[in-house]
Design a protein around this ligand. Sequence first.
Ligand SMILES: *Cc1c(COP(=O)(O)O)cnc(C)c1O
Length: 372
Amino acid sequence: MIYLDTAASYPLLPEVKECLIHAFDNAYANSASSHTLGEQVSKHINEVRELLANEIGAYPSEIIFTSGATESNNIAFKSLLLTEAVKNKKHIVTTQVEHKCIFAITEYLVTLGYEVTYVKPNSDGLITAQSIKETIRPDTALVSVMHVNNELGTVNPIEEIGLLCFENEILFHSDAAQSFQKVEIDVDDLNVDIMSFSAHKVGGPKGIGAIYIRDLRHKQLTPVIHGAGQEEGIRGGTVAAPLILGFGKAIEVFQSYYSDFSANQIKKKFLEKLNFLDIQYIVNGINTLPHCISITFPNVDTETLIRDNENELCLAQGSACSSKEIEPSHVLTSIGLSREMADKTFRISFPLNITLCEIDFLVKELYKHQLV
Ligand SMILES: *Cc1c(COP(=O)(O)O)cnc(C)c1O
């Protein structure tokens, strides 16, 4: 099986697997316990908190571990909006290309009386600061724009949008599930107040992630999960120590793999092979990450290609979360693709150990399934 869907989930890195096994065996005590073992676990968790904080230029006290980016996004919208400071502001700005979980959250907030503006990307798939600027109002409480889009791999101008929000004293959230460890992140340089992270997009385990909240301790946040006071009281439940340690190992090792991979210019080699065989294609989006490409093949019978290769190729048409629905991808339609062209589009996201041989296989299948 050739796995080309790392944007949906990255396979567990071997170092992380080893770390997890060790952690499940050894870090079993409850980190809230005051005995030696509990304190050891708590110390290890806080080392990962520090590691993550250092990676993004934050303080450890501004990091909360969550079950993943979906939960972090929930905290970003719900906990923050319910604080005194912004309670009377009822307008939210986000974009048409966010991860689906954002829409589920905003649709819920609409039932509580919030108004939401969904900014359209430009035809290159980017959200410009200007397009955000046009939507902000005196009652705008929150702007949320993802750092890297999960279907196109486009990197949004977060720094500029953050500056705009800073100047207008609006909270700024960015979903960094796709960008973390792939793009440089410094929360001060980017002017973000809140940021969401997920471990399984960088070779860590599923079910763990984090949220950065600027000056967390000075904010009276409403918990999303009421519990026994864990994680600054925002997120109750025994802290998932082994998963956090696995996340920490992924943070330690993923980047070095990724930089080797980037140097290999896999995407360029893939496109060269397509050119060589004269296979027509259109690349969607500009300013994209090196492991991810959204590509439309107008002259390929993509349906049959997928069917013929269901045991050979793992790749996404649209995003993984929506691929079982009949609707075309909301991201592709927002950048102007027709239903037909959206159906002929693949989101290919390479693993770090992809081989040229595997790329040859994909290209040959594309060649074989051209419409004549
Ligand atoms: C994967 C992903 C999510 C969801 O993350 P989980 O950790 O699986 O909840 C959210 N946003 C983006 C941009 C993603 O790519």
